[in-house]
Design a protein around this ligand. Structure first.
Ligand SMILES: C[S@@+](CC[C@H](N)C(=O)[O-])C[C@H]1O[C@@H](n2cnc3c(N)ncnc32)[C@H](O)[C@@H]1O
Length: 404
């Protein structure tokens, strides 16, 4: 990767967050943005790849595209990869892993393709100087990703290393923790901004709170971790230090009394506290052990974002059948003035809430297809809602969730 040139990159993300990722990359001055299922293609200089790794809260990885070519068979794939100048990109002492994924590829075995690409890389190194990189499938220095369609091969070098949702703050994980980048994406989709009240009353190990705290403090999520681009020959330590310094300088303190979390279980609160503590934010977030159905709202308005238990991973469906109506009742009776964003994978249980969602955004929690439901708990009377509806026809129609 040459500093003066522009390059093509692909940032992957949880499905459903592509538009959010486009916004993030646009704010980093990426060009040629193209969102596809599960990620965004973009273009820019070397520094942009550093910035995307450092600042993106929703990307999972940033891949640098090193080749794109037509292929017909396994031999073509080997030859295309054998043509690439691997030793100009990284040292033979680096350990290597090759990953292959495909959609409708015209090859028999992806394992065989993985082997052939690995052979091509190692053969180039051997003919170059005698030594070849060794393979490490668990913790490699360099990850090569190949993506096949029916006719086209694309080869990438991963610039992230550990996936970007591994921010390095998670000391403890509860039963069903959200991935950090999905949590950040949910917060973006809620429209919350620092300074406003943010509540997660089902906080578990506190992922949403940690992400909201990082946003409030304007802290880049990648500030305290390392990246695979540091192991490439093109790595420019002074450009990287400069970016980290700029990111450090833009940090601010968190507005007091704006971030609040609670959970029924004391062990969950301890986990959330440990995770916030590892970020240095434990004093900036108010945590308490509480049953959501029993505590009064901590403010007259705010944004509630949560993934309450849902049937697949935590509680059984029968107990959840009574849980969701109670959740709906509590929101309706106590949380007027608030907007709630609830992630659920179960349309039946979401119906049980008994509130009309003003928005449903499809999101994937790993392989689990979910919806992020928006409930606007409008304060005031129906007459007021009707008046608002008439005065601003572009506003999504308020539901009848207001207490009358
Ligand atoms: C899916 S987990 C949340 C995971 C969390 N977002 C994370 O990333 O770690 C759901 C949480 O809801 C909590 N919970 C269940 N019923 C509750 C209730 N009535 N009031 C408050 N918390 C409750 C559980 O203890 C559990 O920690």
């Amino acid at each position: 990767m040459n500093r003066a040139e522009t390059h093509f990159f692909f940032a992957s993300c949880p499905r459903g967050l592509e538009a959010v990722l486009v916004n993030e990359l646009t704010s980093l001055n990426a060009s040629h943005l193209l969102a596809v299922d599960g990620g965004v293609h973009f273009k820019g200089p070397l520094e942009l790849c550093y910035a995307a790794n450092l600042h993106s809260r929703v990307a999972s990885r940033v891949l640098w595209r090193v080749a794109r070519a037509a292929y017909r068979n396994e031999t073509d794939i080997y030859e295309q990869c054998h043509r690439l100048p691997w030793p100009t990109w990284f040292d033979c002492q680096r350990t290597l892993r090759v990953n292959v994924s495909a959609i409708k590829a015209s090859v028999k075995s992806l394992d065989f393709i993985t082997l052939r690409i690995k052979d091509a890389v190692c053969d180039v190194f051997r003919s170059h100087g005698g030594q070849r990189p060794s393979i490490d499938t668990h913790n490699p220095d360099i990850r090569v990703h190949a993506f096949l369609t029916a006719t086209e091969l694309t080869v990438y070098i991963d610039t992230s290393g550990d996936p970007l949702f591994k921010r390095g703050y998670r000391r403890e994980a509860g039963e069903a923790p959200l991935k950090e980048n999905l949590a950040a994406g949910m917060i973006y989709l809620s429209g919350w901004s620092p300074g406003r009240v943010f509540l997660d009353p089902f906080c578990g190990s506190g992922t949403l709170l940690c992400e909201a705290a990082l946003m409030s403090a304007h802290q880049a999520p990648g500030l305290h971790r390392s990246f695979a681009f540091e192991k490439l020959h093109s790595f420019d330590p002074s450009a990287w230090s400069q970016q980290k310094k700029m990111a450090t300088d833009q940090q601010t303190t968190i507005d007091p009394d704006t971030l609040l979390g609670s959970d029924l279980r004391g062990d969950a609160i301890s986990m959330a506290r440990a995770n916030l503590d590892s970020l240095g934010f434990v004093d900036a977030v108010s945590l308490k052990q509480a049953n959501f159905f029993e505590f009064p709202p901590p403010a007259s308005s705010g944004i509630l974002v949560a993934n309450p238990p849902y049937g697949v991973r935590m509680e059984d469906r029968e107990s959840l059948a009574s849980f969701y109506p109670k959740l709906g009742d509590t929101l309706k009776k106590r949380f007027s003035g608030w907007t709630a964003y609830i992630l659920s994978s179960d349309p039946q249980l979401a119906k049980g809430i008994g509130l009309a969602a003003s928005k449903r955004t499809p999101l994937f929690n790993g392989a689990l297809e979910c919806r992020l439901f928006e409930y606007k708990m409008i304060a005031g009377t129906m007459r007021r809602i009707k008046a608002d509806k008439t005065s601003n026809p572009t506003t999504p129609a308020p539901n009848t969730n207001n207490p009358t």
